[in-house]
Design a protein around this ligand. Structure first.
Ligand code: AHR
Length: 643
């Protein structure tokens, strides 16, 4: 966050007479409930190249060679032939020569003529570019097999597409005639220019034939984890203080057809044993970001997994009949839970240990399916009960979330939806303003609530200030009712903003090959989750401005009050703040403000910090004082009580 000097003129605590004053009354003596410790989480799935070409730091696209389209022998997607000088060569997809049953295809290179001055080979330009930075080490690898040893060594280079400048070179000795994995390191010099317009080349100086797949290149990753995550994206997520991760979907869990659902067993183990699958978002998922990587991601950011379990229902509205037909899917779910939580003496816990993670992961919540209210067959009631009973029998401690209302058994938590729109809460700002009191008088005797997907969808590729105001207004309602709303996760989390990478408009965090930025909505989330405390305080707002929203929480350990005020109107709003039940209020407060000049104001990959929170300080706070919230602003007032 940007730290600014006291900006008393801008955020005055003295009276201004633009519009009639609103009154916010707070009772600090009697918390009305506990803020759910898991209130703010994140949701993620493979969409918008969130993982492949996003969080998962693999740079080559695709790494594993797949048969693409109807003509199996044409060149592999995104891998391009190089013939320099008088060299002659061809590349093709070989559908029947691969290193494993999961990866049966490969890139076949036939070099008929080449020498040291006229090399041949192939190149790849990554996911809309390969980021090259000075003094940086890249770890590379590939699987290969040669017809014989005539091809000689492989020269691998990082090359700028515009200038042809070589940023780094490595050599791999002559390839074996059996499938093997080869590794190499590319190091850039301190003088190399930063750019993303680069390619990686694999070059040969002799005739011969060889096959390749799982061609991989990793830049430095978050905390140097092997096959790890992009540091800039992880840092942005860490600033959200997410308490849980809802994964792996979303539609990605369901798949378009039954054959394309998220089949977790095909996403674990060595990458060479992962076939990948067609994702519902119009591109293939490598599944190199598999179940264990997602759990590692949870550990890295101290998030609880909210594990969504495939329950036999897909996007094309196929369903598996409850009863006998569903049993293999129920068993798969039980195996999955054992993979996550079982110790190494269990079958799937031992599998996880073999995969490199002997310690079980903490798991408290599983969700059965996704958006099951779309299922016209009416079988969710019975399918849910079948999963619920089987899971509770073995894991009575788990909280089971229904992805649609059910009557067969009582779920612990229900993933709520916009009942009128019949979908998760993807709305306009106005719709959120109108529904801010949704949970104020909700039935507290029923299951707890998960708001598993929600967002104000205004602005593209990432949302704008108007969306942030809608989001913040909605979050005041979630927070005031977080005794009931125990978890909430905005979606989608990520978008690769490169041309044609996006399938869904209105996302939280944007990135390209080189850099990333948070939308105003992202910053609203950072502000809310970073100033939440553990107690909900009773508050009433009497306002002439229908676009003024509030919630008040407190930290029981420090006594600090967090007043959240959202002014979504075009005029500043003066608020008379009256705090009862707090004996000694310190006169100084900290103000965190997110402000846009208009609702369309936004951040972008070229202007990433146009709208970011500012932190200022103001005085004059007492049990009764005035404060003016600027137009189009989200503010958090941190007020301390003296002991
Ligand atoms: O977040 C995008 C999609 O919206 C999710 O995959 C799906 O659950 C919802 O309909």
């Amino acid at each position: 966050m940007r730290l600014a000097l006291p900006a008393l003129l801008l955020f005055s605590t003295t009276a201004l007479a633009q519009t009639p004053t609103a009154t916010l009354t707070i009772d600090a003596s009697h918390p009305t409930g506990q803020v759910s410790p898991t209130l703010y989480g994140i949701m993620s799935e493979e969409i918008n190249h969130s993982w492949d070409g996003g969080l998962y730091a693999e740079l080559l696209n695709p790494s594993a060679i797949q048969v693409f389209g109807r003509r199996p022998n044409r060149p592999p997607q995104n891998w391009i032939l190089i013939e320099r000088g008088t060299a002659e060569a061809a590349i093709a997809t070989d559908p029947n020569n691969g290193p494993s049953a999961a990866l049966p295809a490969s890139l076949k290179l036939d070099v008929t003529s080449a020498d040291a001055h006229s090399t041949a080979g192939f190149f790849n330009t990554g996911y809309w570019g390969i980021p090259v930075r000075p003094a940086t080490t890249y770890q590379g690898s590939f699987y290969a097999k040669a017809a014989d040893t005539t091809l000689g060594p492989v020269t691998i280079r990082l090359v700028n597409n515009q200038s042809g400048a070589v940023a780094a070179t490595a050599t791999v000795p002559a390839l074996d005639t059996e499938w093997k994995q080869y590794t190499f390191t590319l190091k850039t010099a301190p003088a190399v220019a930063t750019s993303s317009d680069n390619r990686i080349e694999y070059l040969f100086a002799h005739p011969g034939t060889a096959w390749f797949t799982l061609l991989s290149l990793f830049p430095p990753t978050w905390h140097d984890e092997p096959n790890g995550f992009r540091p800039d994206l992880m840092d942005k997520l860490a600033a959200l203080h997410p308490k849980f991760l809802r994964f792996p979907g979303g539609n990605f869990l369901e798949g378009q057809h039954l054959a394309d659902h998220f089949d977790w067993k095909k996403t674990i183990g060595p990458l060479v044993d992962r076939p990948g699958h067609m994702a519902p978002w119009m591109y293939r998922s490598s599944d190199d970001m598999g179940l264990l990587e997602m759990l590692t991601w949870c550990d890295d950011l101290h998030m609880e997994p909210l594990l969504a379990i495939f329950d036999g229902y897909t996007l094309d509205q196929q369903h598996v009949n409850p009863g006998h037909d569903l049993e293999p899917y129920v068993q798969s779910a039980l195996d999955e839970i054992q993979y996550v939580t079982g110790d190494a003496s269990t079958k799937w816990g031992a599998e996880r240990a073999r995969d490199g993670h002997p310690e079980p992961f903490a798991l408290h919540d599983v969700e059965i399916g996704n958006e099951e209210y779309h299922d016209p067959s009416g079988t969710y009631n019975a399918r849910f009960a079948q999963f619920y009973n089987a899971i509770k029998k073995q894991y009575p401690q788990l909280q089971i979330v229904a992805s649609a209302p059910v009557t067969s058994v009582r779920p612990d938590i229900v993933d709520d939806n916009d009942h009128e729109a019949h979908r998760h809460f993807y709305r306009t700002a106005n719709q959120f303003f109108d529904d801010v009191h949704r949970y104020d008088n909700y039935d507290r005797s029923g299951p707890k609530i998960l708001v598993g997907e929600w967002a104000t969808r205004e602005g593209t590729p990432t949302t704008n200030m108007g969306a942030a105001l809608g989001d913040a207004a909605w979050m005041t309602g979630l927070e005031r009712n977080s005794d009931l709303v125990v978890m909430a996760s905005y979606a989608p989390l990520f978008v690769n903003v490169s041309p044609f990478a996006m399938q869904w408009e209105g996302n939280l965090i944007g990135f390209d090959a080189m850099s990333s930025y948070g939308s105003p909505s992202y910053w609203a989330q950072v502000m809310f989750s970073g100033h939440v405390g553990d107690q909900i305080l009773a508050s009433t707002l009497d306002s002439p401005n229908p676009r003024l929203f509030e919630s008040v929480t407190a930290d029981s350990k420090t006594g600090r009050l967090h007043l959240k005020l959202v002014n979504a109107s075009s005029a500043p709003q003066q608020v008379a703040i009256k705090i009862t039940g707090a004996a000694h209020i310190r006169p100084a407060m900290t103000l965190t403000t997110l402000h846009g000049a208009t609702t369309k104001d936004t951040n972008s990959i070229t202007d990433p910090k146009h709208i970011v929170p500012t932190v200022t300080h103001a005085t004059g706070v007492s049990s009764s004082f005035h404060h003016t919230v600027p137009a189009y602003s989200i503010q958090i007032l941190d007020i301390d009580r003296a002991p």
